[in-house]
Ligand binder design. Structure first.
Ligand SMILES: Nc1nc2c(ncn2[C@@H]2O[C@H](COP(=O)(O)OP(=O)(O)OP(=O)(O)O)[C@@H](O)[C@H]2O)c(=O)[nH]1
Ligand SMILES: [Mg+2]
Length: 79
């Protein structure tokens, strides 16, 4: 038997440095890292919640949308 009633798969797509990884860690682990490194490849995490007596599982995937290492470097300089 499945451990959950519903499974949602979420995909976060966006330019480098916009905050995808921190959105994932905040949602799944309630963590924020001001000095997070650029993600290489794909990231994945999941979270299980009880809503209206149902077990809901969310799987979150992070993909890098563009080639923009430059964007990340530009944003880092602005901080
Ligand atoms: N102040 C502030 N900084 C944030 C927020 N979200 C992310 N950051 C910072 O912005 C930078 C980039 O965040 P990441 O979550 O690593 O961004 P990313 O989209 O995963 O970047 P890539 O892995 O390069 O694609 C990091 O220094 C974070 O600490 C936010 O909500 N507020
Ligand atoms: Mg990232």
């Amino acid at each position: 038997m499945s451990s959950h009633n519903s499974l949602f798969k979420l995909v976060l797509i966006g330019d480098s440095g916009v905050g995808k990884t921190n959105l994932l860690t905040r949602f799944c682990r309630n963590e924020f890292n001001i000095g997070s490194k650029m993600t290489i490849g794909v990231e994945f995490a999941s979270k299980t919640m009880e809503i209206d007596n149902k077990t809901i599982k969310a799987q979150v995937w992070v993909y890098i949308f563009s080639k923009t290492y430059t964007n990340r470097k530009r944003k880092t300089k602005q901080l």
